[in-house]
Design a protein around this ligand. Sequence first.
Ligand code: SAH
Ligand code: DHB
Ligand code: MG
Length: 225
Amino acid sequence: MAKSDPSWSEVDDYIVQQLIGDDPVQDACLAANARAGLPAIDVSPAQGRMLELLARGVRAQQILEIGTLGGYSAIWLARALPDDGHLVSLELEPKYAAMARSNIERAGLADKVEIMVGEAVGSLAALEANEVLRFDFIFVDADKENYSIYLDYAVRLSRPGAMVVFDNVVREGGLIDPASSDPKVPGTRELYNALQNHPRVDATAIQTVGSKKWDGFLLGIVRDD
Ligand code: SAH
Ligand code: DHB
Ligand code: MG
């Protein structure tokens, strides 16, 4: 079976035209990132809008993102926040973080967004030590090798009822292909294994196609016990 189809992208174009419309701020973000040579592995517009709506749906005031890249998904998420809300986004690469800061500034969201530069596990340990923040919504989109570690942190750093979303959990079907050579697949499988009968998290995953490749989002809710 073919693993991509041009009509997926055409349907995404229709969805964006009908439901999202023009977005000069995000167009400028993607254009700046392309000029700077960042990889075009941001979420799609329809996925970004979905993240915004999910975060609004749980009335998120404190959002955590792991994997900022150039700030495209961070801008979608920050749009969900009330005036006094905050987004903390973690990024390994200083160059990507600098691009993200500039894009977020242009979007008028700089007062709501903090980017922490470095290995996410180090930033997460610092957030845990600080103990003040309790996140309502957590979006994980960084190195897939550490996904199950990020799940553990997400549970510890969230308030009961928080929503967690993981990107890239299908990998063009590589998830269930025993012969997959994708180095990111084992970490993703560890995430699914950790969530099988997880004591605190109810989860499901939805496959996605569109302007990006066949992939998927995993959604979970942290229970209050
Ligand atoms: N969420 C972004 C895309 C993120 S791409 C968007 O949709 O717009 C994944 C990002 O995770 C990359 O920028 C990469 O540098 C970052 N990353 C990879 N390993 C990391 C690590 N160990 N700690 C923090 N960030 C990491
Ligand atoms: C890759 C990472 C992503 O977060 C994504 O959405 C697509 C691709 C990658 O590292 O290949
Ligand atoms: Mg991703």
